[in-house]
Design a protein around this ligand. Structure first.
Ligand code: SF4
Length: 400
């Protein structure tokens, strides 16, 4: 049996409602990782989780689901994508992922051909597990590979080898998945441009439908950040090498038939990630689980991050919320998110969605960025130039 979400062009509405499920558990914490994720063994050692961490967490998540549906009036709403992210969702016994999916089907109308993704990491990614996920209705697997070079993987504190990453991909294919994404990283300490090329070529040799290829960034709160602040994180590529890696990535992937549709995301035709497209188009989504964020109507809300704190308050785990009343703020968000996409942002659509004219609020900034060669405009659509894409973080921050 082949599992693969319908190619996006057939079912994408552009105004989809998505569901995100956060599973915050991992085998170990990677040094660069600033996601809300925890090594399971560490939680157990601290007494913050038991051996039955997975069913207990899912029980809490289902309580949250019930409470959110009631409080936000979501029952019966059509949903076009479900994304299990983490953490390492594939670390849970697959029947726990299945239990969540079944509950979601009971509450929402999952569209036929809905994209249902589970993130997996090598080390928690065998054929039996993938087959069970496929049987439960998952049709897209996203594998966190980062690199195929064992030395680079060790430097990132990853707990798997390059060969295990290849085996994870093959296991997903053997289990019938026709829609697989790989995450790659470049700019790893001591990585050369040649090593980055070898990683991309190894990924291409597997033939995934989708690739996310990110440059390593040093985020506050991570082990890498602590090392970096003490001047002890050695071997980070200089700016010139990092730039060469960006260009190499874009060239190799384009030549292999992958379209770069977002700053760091590439897909074969029809295989863009519909779930993430909905975020970038400022669509609505319900986020369930520890630290998950939701955006419904004009309300953004987020959950307690620590799994034990989340589980203790699962009926209403909200840690904070904000109503976006200000049209200028809504416009800024829409531009900051939408400009990540290569297709850019239609100013007319943004004006309709936010109820305000982007020209009025940001006209002078558009002109300044166009003058600097960072933005371009064509038939009412605004997009980053190649130079703007390289400097995306700085450019997009101007819309905050
Ligand atoms: S496996 Fe992924 S989520 Fe887990 S610690 Fe490593 S980078 Fe973070």
């Amino acid at each position: 049996m082949r599992h693969g979400a319908e190619p996006e062009e057939k079912t994408e509405s552009g105004r989809a409602f998505s569901i995100y499920v956060h599973i915050p558990f991992c085998l170990a914490k990677c040094g660069y990782c600033d996601f809300n994720s925890y090594a399971v063994e560490g939680l157990i050692a601290l007494g913050r989780a038991g051996e039955d961490w997975a069913p207990r967490y899912v029980d809490a998540l289902l309580r949250e689901l019930e409470g959110r549906c009631r409080a936000l009036g979501l029952e019966g709403r059509p949903a076009e994508t479900v994304f299990f992210g983490g953490g390492t969702p594939s670390l849970m016994p697959p029947e726990e992922n299945a239990r969540i999916l079944e509950a979601l089907r009971g509450r929402f109308r999952l569209a036929p051909g809905a994209e249902v993704t589970v993130e997996a990491n090598p080390g928690a990614a065998d054929a039996a597990r993938f087959a069970a996920l496929g049987g439960a209705g998952v049709n897209r697997i996203s594998i966190g590979v980062q690199s195929f070079d064992d030395e680079a993987l060790r430097r990132l504190d990853r707990v798997h080898t390059g060969e295990e990453a290849r085996a994870a991909f093959r296991a997903a294919r053997e289990a019938g998945f026709g829609n697989i994404s790989l995450d790659l990283m470049f700019g790893i300490p001591f990585q050369t441009a040649e090593a980055a090329r070898a990683d991309i070529e190894s990924a291409l040799a597997l033939g995934p439908e989708h690739l996310s290829a990110y440059e390593l960034t040093i985020e506050p709160g991570t082990a890498f950040h602590a090392l970096h602040s003490r001047g002890e994180l050695r071997g980070l590529p200089d700016e010139e090498t990092a730039l060469a890696m960006w260009r190499l990535r874009d060239r190799l992937l384009a030549r292999a038939g992958y379209e770069r549709y977002e700053i760091s995301n590439f897909a074969r035709p029809g295989r863009r990630c519909r779930h993430n497209l909905n975020y970038w188009r400022r669509g609505e989504y319900l986020g369930l689980g520890a630290g998950a964020h939701s955006f419904i109507g004009r309300k953004r809300l987020w959950n307690h991050a620590r799994p034990d704190a989340y589980q203790a308050r699962a009926d209403n785990p909200t840690a904070g919320e904000e109503i976006i009343e200000d049209a200028a703020k809504a416009l800024g968000e829409a531009l900051m998110l939408g400009l990540r996409l290569k297709e850019g942002v239609s100013l007319g659509e943004v004006a309709r969605a936010c109820g305000a004219d982007p020209e009025e609020r940001f006209g002078p900034l558009f002109e300044e960025l166009r003058g600097g060669g960072l933005l371009e405009r064509e038939n009412g659509t605004l997009r980053l130039t190649p130079r703007g894409t390289l400097l995306a973080n700085q450019v997009l921050a101007r819309f905050m």
